[in-house]
Design a protein around this ligand. Structure first.
Ligand SMILES: Cc1ncc(COP(=O)(O)O)c(C=O)c1O
Length: 377
């Protein structure tokens, strides 16, 4: 249906071979492939990151808040410009989401200043999102949270592979949360990783992942344990071996795939320079590495976004919105409000996401840019 779709999987025989080998191994969940994927992901992050593979990114966020003891009567500051999962998990642990605004119309991430303005005596934690794979100012945000005694969770769903001055994002706060949903830079289908440097937090994350149980089926299979205790009430947020096998292949491909996304993103920027369409994050700090997860644009004020999406559709180009304002969703009316984050509210109404994926051709970027400029003219 689409000449150029929003996203395409970067899969080949390596993912297929990994899946087939797993099926032939006779062990389907929480085995050696999970351990291998967690170890490789930890080595990739550095900083002594302890990694726990989980069923998806939302599970990672939920577990992070539980492990940090966020609960009823607490407030959690979250970015207004994000996927609704960040707000949902805050509410599911009984806490209240408070919106921090975007830094500006060119830097869409939350800043330390925007967070500081929202701190109250009830604030327990902050969740930051490295939007589109561009790192937030983590040194400043981590310093603020440390000084004010706040827990810090990094939602790195958009950014496996991103860093600041050589330190991986996901390791600046108390817990880092990753999503490996199909359309992410590291695609598994469903999957996630939750990461902590602190041994105690990491141990709690492991308990939360699997019913609070102190030994695994694999331990008993290998004769390392006979039975188990339950250390605390937990969930079943486990990943299976098939997904871990795909994840390890995708992790190997990540550096080259992110680099290619960067080249394509630079081509879009050149093509659209001087037009009425703005591309955010034009000034990336010299020591920051982006994952270029998506290609977000800001349409001119007053532009009919639906008409642009329709015109692109007729031309065979798929587009999307990251993100619709979640305070307008039925479940969020009266919970958070647009006036809490005016810059994000403006962006949510004018944002348009264009196709970006590692196997995209330069010619595809040129075609999409041309069709977009025609559609907004
Ligand atoms: C910023 C952000 N946070 C959290 C999530 C949730 O991840 P998952 O879909 O793996 O539960 C997503 C995924 O879409 C996301 O983009």
């Amino acid at each position: 249906m689409w000449k150029i779709q929003l996203f395409k999987l970067n899969f080949d025989h390596r993912e297929r071979d990994a899946v087939l080998a797993t099926l032939e191994s006779g062990w389907l969940t929480m085995g050696e492939r999970i351990i291998g994927f967690e170890t490789a992901f930890g080595e990739h992050l550095g900083q002594g990151a302890r990694c726990t593979a989980v069923s998806n990114g939302t599970a990672a966020l939920h577990m992070a808040l539980l492990a940090l003891n966020v609960g009823p009567d607490d407030e959690v500051i979250i970015p207004a410009l994000t996927f609704v999962a960040d707000a949902n998990v805050v509410r599911l642990v009984g806490a209240r989401p408070v919106l921090a605004d975007c830094t500006s119309l060119t830097d869409w991430n939350v800043s330390a200043e925007s967070i500081a303005q929202k701190i109250t005596p009830r604030t327990k934690a902050v969740i930051v999102v490295h939007y589109a794979g561009f790192p937030c100012d983590m040194p400043a945000i981590a310093k603020l949270c440390h000084e004010r005694g706040l827990k810090l969770v990094e939602d790195v769903a958009h950014g496996p592979g991103i860093s600041i001055a050589g330190q991986s994002c996901g390791t600046f706060g108390d817990v880092g949360c990753y999503s490996f949903f199909s359309n992410k830079n590291l695609s598994i289908g469903e999957g996630g990783m939750v990461v902590a440097g602190d041994e105690g937090i990491s141990q709690r994350l492991r308990y939360l992942r699997s019913h609070g149980m102190t030994t695994l089926t694999l331990d008993r299979h290998k004769g390392r344990a006979i039975t188990y205790d339950v250390a605390e009430p937990g969930l079943n947020y486990r990943m299976d071996e098939i997904r871990a096998a795909i994840g390890s292949v995708q992790l190997d491909k990540l550096p080259a795939a992110n680099a290619r996304r960067g080249e394509l993103s630079a081509r879009y920027r050149r093509n659209l320079a001087g037009s009425t369409v703005q591309m955010p994050f034009g000034e990336l700090a010299a020591d920051a590495v982006s994952a270029y997860h998506i290609l977000p644009l800001l349409l001119p004020a007053g532009c009919n976004r639906i008409a642009v999406i329709e015109a692109l559709k007729v031309a065979g180009v798929q587009s999307s919105i990251h993100y619709p304002p979640f305070w307008e969703f039925a479940a969020y009316k009266g919970v958070v409000a647009a006036q809490d984050a005016p810059v994000a509210a403006d962006i949510c109404n004018r944002e348009l996401t264009m196709p970006l994926f590692p196997t995209m051709l330069d010619a595809d970027v040129d075609l999409v840019s041309e069709e977009l400029l025609k559609a907004v003219a």
